[in-house]
Design a protein around this ligand. Structure first.
Ligand SMILES: [Zn+2]
Length: 285
């Protein structure tokens, strides 16, 4: 894996998706793709066409179907999904739940077990087909924008580790807001550019990769995304810190203890200051 800083002064391929601003600075070049940061709003986005991105994304997910199918239905994973569902419970209403990027359907399965009527959106055909034929779930094998779902219908919308893969998150969230009922909520969990991990590791951080993620958020840009779609953020949360890259050699027992001690204050501050690797928002229509 090679990486280097992009030459400044290169003209961007695209405008900022969040504010439509055309002024941006080169941020990172890694694995054959570039990140830029909007000078107006701070949004960090991959600098490529939608066609180029769609092809890259589809290839990556087709290759991981078996891995996802094996780990999404374990009892431990289902209990974890159950805890996520408890966040949405106060907004249950008629029980209509939509997941954007439902992958092989593990979360939809947990939602159905908890009494919801879940529907999935999954553009990777092999993943959608697995959820339908092997698990009997209702999944649309397309993007949300072309699914033609009814307006003001869903009580809750859930999306985990998906919004960093979207070429145009503003377009997707606008459509999500249209299908959500007034008073319904959107729960998003995505990657945090402002995290301590990114500051410690920079391009050595696995998730900070324009070839893997089309955009990366900060608490500010995620809030701006929600408000731009007509949603009101209710709360944000953040957690998880890494001091060393995922591929770093395994430490011995004592070194691991020392690392845990060093990480402890950063782990607490990450939650308090929204500086963890993952960032979550609950927003209301
Ligand atoms: Zn912008």
């Amino acid at each position: 894996m090679t990486s280097h800083q992009t030459q400044s002064g290169q003209a961007p391929t695209r405008a900022c998706d969040l504010c439509q601003g055309s002024s941006s600075e080169a941020l990172l070049s890694k694995n054959g793709a570039d990140y830029r940061r909007c000078l107006a709003c701070g949004f960090v986005f991959g600098d490529y066409s939608q066609e180029e991105w769609d092809q890259r994304n589809a290839d990556a997910f087709e290759a991981s179907l078996e891995e996802y199918a094996a780990k999404s239905y374990t009892p431990a994973k289902q209990r974890r999904y159950g805890r996520r569902l408890s966040v949405l419970e106060p907004y249950r209403g008629g029980g209509n739940l939509l997941e954007i990027g439902s992958n092989v359907g593990g979360f939809l399965h947990a939602a159905r077990s908890a009494g919801w009527s879940p529907v999935g959106i999954e553009p990777v055909a092999a993943c959608a087909e697995y959820a339908r034929s092997e698990r009997g779930l209702q999944v649309h094998a397309c993007t949300l924008e072309v699914a033609e779902l009814p307006s003001d219908h869903f009580d809750a919308l859930y999306s985990n580790a998906v919004f960093e893969h979207l070429w145009s998150p503003t377009r997707t969230l606008a459509e999500a807001t249209r299908v959500l009922r007034p008073g319904g909520v959107v729960f998003l969990d995505t990657v945090n550019y402002d995290s301590y991990t990114r500051r410690f590791l920079e391009e050595k951080w696995k998730l900070y990769d324009p070839a893997m993620h089309a955009c990366i958020y900060t608490p500010d840009t995620l809030k701006r995304l929600c408000m731009g779609a007509g949603l009101t953020p209710l709360w944000m949360r953040s957690h998880r810190v890494h001091l060393r890259p995922n591929a770093a050699p395994r430490l011995g027992r004592i070194a691991r203890r020392v690392e845990e001690l060093v990480k402890l204050p950063f782990g607490l501050a990450a939650r308090w200051r929204l500086r963890g690797e993952s960032i979550q928002v609950l927003a209301c229509k």
